[in-house]
Design a protein around this ligand. Structure first.
Ligand code: FE
Length: 302
């Protein structure tokens, strides 16, 4: 059965390339290169994993999910059409601009421009050169994808992503103010515990956060220290998630949506379970000091 195998690439509109260059290279450690109006972030040997297009949206423009090859792309197109999802074949020019051999274009229930592609351009001849010194590298290899993304989606999103081949379910029941309970869904398509999540409640942008993972924990720790020294706004303090086991923290990107930088993501569990809180940390809001380390009482229940 044709199914997506990894979160391959993402594209964002950005209004301030200068701030983004400082943040992406200096805090995250991504490799930066530019061509015309587009800045590309490289995390591994691929031509790029993240494309930053100069525009005023400061939001997600498209998400690219990978399938293995051209027959898998054709099988996916047939399955989508049989499932009542409209999709069109990308033109050769569109494929060239995404640096892939072929793609399908469609829209998710939440209006996220979604692309399914095969054949990324891999610059095997060009070693990955991080934007700042790293002890390790970004953990993307063996088709783990670039990380995970949390999207603003609508009803019907679960069956839409099932059709793409992602699997998963509710993994948290989170108490919200006013007695509401959020039940976000986390979906996977490979050995990364989740590549996609949605259902966190209303959010101002299509993208809530993008998570990137380091192979070495000190690279995450240094990212946290550099962000603190540069007075980058933290949106969630360091902590460990209960579902993917990742040690991570969140800062605001120059576009307002968040970037989660982490280490230690576990594979998906074979049996469903859910959590009501993280293992530790990940404090938010007023209990965050500038360093992103929690101060004062936790805003959560304990
Ligand atoms: Fe996350």
């Amino acid at each position: 059965m044709s199914q997506v195998t990894e979160l391959g690439y993402v594209g964002f509109g950005i209004s301030d390339p200068g701030k983004w260059k400082e943040y992406a290279t200096g805090v995250i450690g991504a490799e930066w290169h530019e061509a015309g109006d587009v800045a590309y972030l490289r995390l591994d040997l691929w031509h790029h994993r993240i494309a930053l297009h100069k525009d005023a949206s400061d939001d997600l423009l498209y998400v690219g999910w990978r399938v293995s090859d051209e027959p898998a792309l054709q099988a996916m197109a047939e399955r989508l059409r049989a499932g009542g999802i409209a999709c069109t074949a990308g033109t050769p020019a569109e494929a060239a601009s995404r640096r892939v051999l072929g793609l399908l274009k469609l829209e998710s229930p939440g209006g996220i421009p979604t692309e399914i592609f095969y054949g990324p351009e891999v610059h095997a001849h060009r070693p990955f050169h991080p934007g700042r010194p790293l002890f390790g590298r970004f953990r993307t290899g063996d088709a783990l994808g670039l990380g995970h993304i949390v999207l603003r989606e609508d009803g019907g999103a679960e069956s839409f992503y099932h059709l793409l081949g992602l699997r998963g379910t509710v993994q948290y029941k989170v108490q919200l103010p006013g007695g509401l309970v959020a039940t976000p869904l986390f979906m996977h398509c490979n050995e990364r515990q989740h590549s996609l999540a949605f259902g966190l409640g209303p959010m101002p942008k299509r993208c809530h956060h993008l998570m990137l993972e380091y192979t070495h924990m000190p690279d995450m720790g240094m990212a946290s220290e550099i962000a603190r020294q540069r007075h980058v706004r933290f949106s969630m303090a360091i902590g460990t998630h209960a579902n993917d086991g990742a040690l991570s923290f969140y800062t605001e990107s120059p576009s307002g949506w968040q970037v989660e930088l982490g280490w230690g993501v576990q594979p998906p569990s074979t049996h469903v379970e859910y959590y009501t809180e993280d293992v530790w940390g990940h404090g938010v809001g007023a209990n965050l000091d500038e360093a992103g380390y929690g101060i004062g009482p936790d805003t959560r229940s304990r």
